[in-house]
Design a protein around this ligand. Structure first.
Ligand code: NAD
Length: 293
């Protein structure tokens, strides 16, 4: 069994990005600049955004954090998005989700200029992804594809079972794995809460992508020998013996599943760090105008 070390891979890719930034600087060109909008004071969102800003600093990007209180109006957020769309110094930006209930997330996502949508959530980027056209891939699926590629995991002709059909993980993952591409060419089954006998599908999988949000949902008897298991879940469970009183676990019962796998990602230290790194890669692409000219 090989543990896919997302933390180490992400550090390697960040070094590669930092080297690119040095080249950009040496050529006297504009340094990549990512902006992040954080509305309200949800602690998990604050941690995610802080990680993104810190990662930007680490690779030499410019970053701007724009915080707004939880009671900011939808119009004010739309206005901010417009300003960011028009700011030539900003290559890409994200609006951290979830937003407070009185703000329509769909409206905000649609207002973002697809050329600056480094989260890859705008329908233009999602549509381009589905058609195999140049686009910003959503960060988590992009990170997973990078892990598969860098660990030399064969996907062609394999049966991939994706568990969970969210717009940010499961659905794009199912499209990307089925595409005619280096980390695609899988036969994909997309399973979800209404799937009958999900364990039977999981047992027939060469590759499992678990993105459900239920702690340790994938058990040992749901995985065949030699499978590749990618655990996207990040779930807090009580752990009175830990200093914080909780610990993070994935959607996979790691101790049961790992011995059967050829490759598996841990939680934490698997998909999570790769997600942030993918956002940096998208920002670099935006800076170089690789996706949109
Ligand atoms: P979501 O809540 O939007 O979607 C969950 C999906 O799981 C749904 O499509 C639902 O149909 C499916 N589901 C729910 N119960 C099920 C069941 N009993 N059987 C089968 N399918 C079921 O979740 P999401 O945003 O895709 O996130 C999933 C998990 O991944 C969460 O733990 C989240 O925190 C984590 N996550 C991690 C990263 C990362 O960077 N590592 C990024 C995004 C999400």
């Amino acid at each position: 069994m090989t543990l896919i070390d997302g933390k180490a891979l992400s550090a390697t890719i960040k070094e590669e990005i930092a080297a690119e930034v040095e080249k950009i600087k040496a050529a006297g060109k504009k340094v990549p600049h990512l902006a992040a909008v954080l509305v309200g004071d949800d602690p998990a969102s604050a941690v995610y955004v802080r990680n993104k800003v810190r990662s930007c600093e680490k690779v030499g990007f410019k970053s701007t954090l724009l915080r707004r209180p939880a009671d900011v109006s939808e119009d004010e957020v739309l206005e901010l998005v417009q300003q960011l769309n028009e700011d030539d110094d900003i290559d890409g930006f994200i609006v951290q989700l979830p937003l407070p209930k009185h703000i329509n997330e769909e409206k905000i996502t649609l207002a973002i200029d697809p050329r600056k949508d480094v989260d890859g959530f705008h329908p233009v980027n999602v549509g381009r992804m589905a058609l195999g056209l140049p686009c910003y891939l959503p960060a988590t699926p992009y990170g997973i594809l990078t892990m598969l590629e860098r660990y030399g995991i064969e996907t062609s002709g394999k049966h991939a079972v994706v568990i969970g059909r969210s717009n940010i993980v499961g659905t794009p993952m199912s499209i990307l794995l089925s595409r005619k591409s280096k980390t695609g060419n899988c036969t994909v089954t997309l399973t979800h809460s209404r799937t009958k006998d999900l364990p039977a599908f999981a047992r027939s999988a060469d590759i499992i992508i678990a993105a459900i949000g239920i702690p340790e949902f994938v058990k040992g008897d749901m995985v065949k020998e030699g499978a590749v298991v990618i655990d996207v879940g990040i779930n807090r469970v009580e752990a009175p013996d830990r200093p914080k009183g909780y610990k993070l676990v994935g959607d996979v019962a790691f101790d049961e599943v790992a011995p059967k796998c050829s490759f598996i990602t841990p939680v934490p230290g698997g998909v999570g760090p790769m997600t942030v790194t993918s956002l940096l890669l998208n920002t670099l692409k935006a800076n170089r105008k690789e996706v949109y000219r």
